[in-house]
Design a protein around this ligand. Structure first.
Ligand SMILES: [Zn+2]
Length: 416
């Protein structure tokens, strides 16, 4: 697969470096010749970039084996899994889960804290405990912290309202305090964007350029990936699908509208239907109840949620024509699979065809780790993935990879 075209301008060095790193990561191992041919960079540029990446330890080289060619076999480059670790934090109402993740997406340690209320000192203390615990277990350089949290973010009418968002939070200045106290670079993004990035780098979307990611957690979010980048919209809140009204005069939503999709399709709506607190919904008991055909409240919720999912899939496909829709988030995989089964047959849409190359819907294989891994990706992603808009805006233009390792952005960390 041709993953992109190298740029030739002087200011495009960071872009080309990410392009080369992403190519190596995607293929597991790649020679200079592979990179030149597929990424369309000159031999000299590829040599310079691979030398640089090797010198700072991000990639390692080895002689390829099993090649029936004469002379010396070519050198292949691989991502160095021990080049560092990063901390991913997934913030949801009532809890923060964290993981220490290495450069190739292996989870080396986990920790979770309960976060009650919105008392700032208590929240900060909980997050610091989480980071300190993970840092103690690190055995390589910790590059930074990535935080995934429910959207939308910023000054919008829908930000920080309702039980599926971080209700009561006024802004993200607590993340500035976390960055200050830990001394680590911190990046944050909406959880659906982090999840989609995780799927792009390590999950079922590894070989996809264009897909829609549906993030089914306490609330419902979405992310559109185009050319391996997410579509941001004007203010970074694109595809906030949970608050699209789908039922005229339907269930009131905490956003002030009625009949929003996530009032029918989210773990919060499931907890409501079962008369449980949100915090009780992740018990193993729920998975057993799924097998009980006589459990009316649960089976009825699944039926209605599946019909909303069926409509949502058709809406997404006809609006955006993605290669596929990947469903991830903190909802248990067994529950997601049930909903997808009940949503069959799917509505007719522009993605319906006699011999599809890909299923119209794919389920994340990372289950609950999806958003966590995606969060940990944020600091790594800055180095690994080409971001053309970064070059165009020049906000990453002069940043060298080595500098980025020590970079300390302000204002809640840099939003991805
Ligand atoms: Zn709403």
């Amino acid at each position: 697969m041709n993953i992109g075209r190298g740029a030739t301008q002087q200011s495009s060095a960071p872009y080309n470096r990410r392009l080369v790193l992403d190519f190596i990561r995607q293929h597991g191992a790649a020679s200079r010749k592979d990179i030149q041919e597929k990424v369309s960079l000159s031999p000299q540029t590829v040599a310079n970039i691979t030398n640089e990446l090797e010198s700072i330890g991000l990639i390692v080289s080895r002689r390829q084996k099993d090649l029936k060619t004469r002379g010396q076999p070519p050198i292949a480059f691989e991502i160095n899994p021990d080049a560092g670790q990063s901390i991913g934090i997934s913030l949801e109402p009532g809890r923060a889960s964290g993981a220490l993740v290495n450069l190739v997406g292996r989870i080396d340690a986990r920790f979770e804290v309960q976060l009650q209320g919105c008392d700032r000192p208590q929240l900060l203390a909980g997050l610091l405990e989480l980071v300190a615990n993970l840092r103690r277990q690190a055995n390589a350089r910790v590059w930074g912290i990535g935080v995934a949290l429910p959207g939308p973010l910023g000054d919008t009418e829908l930000s920080f309202v309702g039980p599926t968002a971080l209700e009561g939070w006024k802004d993200l200045s607590i993340l500035d305090q976390l960055q200050e106290a830990t001394g680590l670079p911190l990046f944050h993004s909406v959880d659906s964007v982090a999840g989609a990035l995780g799927e792009t780098l390590y999950g079922v979307a590894r070989h996809l350029d264009n897909f829609f990611y549906l993030h089914l957690s306490m609330g419902l979010g979405g992310s559109l990936i185009v050319g391996r980048n997410h579509y941001r919209g004007a203010d970074g809140n694109a595809t906030e699908i949970g608050h699209v009204p789908v039922v005229p005069g339907g269930t009131p939503c905490y956003c002030g509208n009625q009949g929003c999709l996530e009032r029918y399709l989210s773990l919060h709506s499931l907890a409501e239907a079962l008369g449980m607190d949100d915090g009780q919904i992740r018990t193993p008991d729920l998975l057993d109840r799924l097998d009980d055909a006589n459990d009316q409240p649960l089976q009825q919720w699944c039926q209605q949620a599946a019909q909303r999912l069926r409509d949502a899939i058709c809406m997404i496909e006809n609006l955006l024509d993605p290669q596929t829709i990947v469903i991830g988030g903190s909802a248990p995989q067994k529950l997601v699979r049930r909903l997808v089964e009940l949503a069959q047959p799917l509505h007719r849409s522009v993605r319906g065809r006699p011999a599809p190359q890909l299923p119209r819907v794919m389920i994340s294989q990372r289950e609950e780790d999806c958003s966590l891994l995606g969060a940990a990706v944020l600091p790594i992603h800055e180095l690994l993935s080409p971001r053309l808009q970064g070059v165009q805006k020049d906000d990453l233009g002069d940043m060298q990879a080595a500098e980025l390792l020590g970079h300390r952005p302000a204002n809640g960390g840099r939003r991805i």
